[in-house]
Design a protein around this ligand. Structure first.
Ligand SMILES: Nc1ncnc2c1ncn2[C@@H]1O[C@H](COP(=O)(O)OP(=O)(O)O)[C@@H](O)[C@H]1O
Ligand SMILES: [Mg+2]
Length: 265
């Protein structure tokens, strides 16, 4: 693993499995699940693309952004489980970056509310990200919290510093894959601001809920990123016991006028 993480004495302690489960990590204590299998398949396809981007020498080839049109379509759930599956899949460590400053964000669910992170890095480029990275019980998976929103920047002030901070992270952790959990495109500017920096975007589409015209508007906002892959989230319900399914289309969705994706049954 090539994530040079010093065991920072002053940083937050490593997360526990209970912290991760609270944030939505699929725990397969009683054997494999279909949802877990789907993330494994999706992660291995994503891993192949990431390796290709890095081999091609793409700038920020190791950076993957996760977004969607609206809140609650499954971005953080997908980012967390994709990051964990990626860490288990390949030989690269994974840094899951929380970039969605909403109430009950990933950092908060995982017990890292207020811990220094991305927004602090964006506000002050002299800070050392290594000191902010938190270990998890999933081997090879690390988390960079959102950061202190009070010490950090207001949404309107992030259009320059946020991509710079992300690019800095991609270079600093060049041996790792970065999975950035951002907010919804139609409600916040951060994902569209970050899009041109990322080498690939996973666009979560919630089957039966994401509107075609909204998806088209959202895709238009991230056309600065050459590779946009749809990740279909088919939720039967919203609680943890519900059965959900993720499917990585593996097809770059570049044509705004193409019909919305249908999940094959
Ligand atoms: N496929 C799924 N199966 C079960 N629960 C899911 C699934 N997708 C999302 N959820 C749950 O739905 C809620 C909203 O998802 P979340 O990832 O927080 O959305 P977003 O980040 O897009 O706002 C969370 O409680 C999450 O754990
Ligand atoms: Mg989220």
């Amino acid at each position: 693993m090539d994530l040079h993480v010093p065991q920072a004495v002053e940083g937050p302690p490593p997360r526990t499995l209970a912290d991760m489960a609270r944030a939505g990590l699929i725990i397969e204590s009683e054997g494999r699940t279909r949802l877990g299998d789907e993330f494994r398949i999706a992660a291995s396809r994503l891993y192949t693309v990431v390796k290709g981007s890095i081999a091609a020498g793409e700038r920020c080839g190791n950076m993957v952004l996760v977004t969607s049109t609206r809140p609650a379509e499954g971005k953080s759930f997908a980012a967390l489980n994709m990051a964990a599956s990626l860490a288990r899949t390949g030989s690269r460590s994974v840094l899951l970056v929380d970039a969605d400053a909403k109430v009950r964000c990933l950092s908060e669910l995982i017990g890292l509310a207020g811990a220094p992170g991305l927004l602090d890095l964006a506000a002050d480029d002299r800070l050392q990200p290594e000191r902010m990275v938190v270990a998890t019980p999933v081997p090879g998976l690390f988390i960079l919290p959102l950061g202190d929103t009070l010490a950090g920047l207001e949404p309107g002030e992030r259009s320059q510093p946020l991509p710079s901070a992300a690019e800095h992270l991609a270079r600093r952790f060049a041996g790792s894959t970065l999975v950035i959990d951002t907010g919804p495109l139609l409600a916040t500017s951060d994902p569209s601001v970050l899009a041109p920096t990322a080498s690939q975007i996973l666009m979560v589409v919630e089957s039966g809920r994401t509107q075609r015209n909204e998806l088209e508007a959202a895709l238009e906002m991230i056309k600065g990123c050459p590779k946009v892959v749809l990740l279909l989230n088919k939720q039967a319900g919203r609680n943890r016991s519900s059965f959900g399914a993720y499917s990585y289309t593996g097809e770059y969705y570049a044509k705004p006028n193409a019909p919305p994706p249908q999940r094959p049954d």
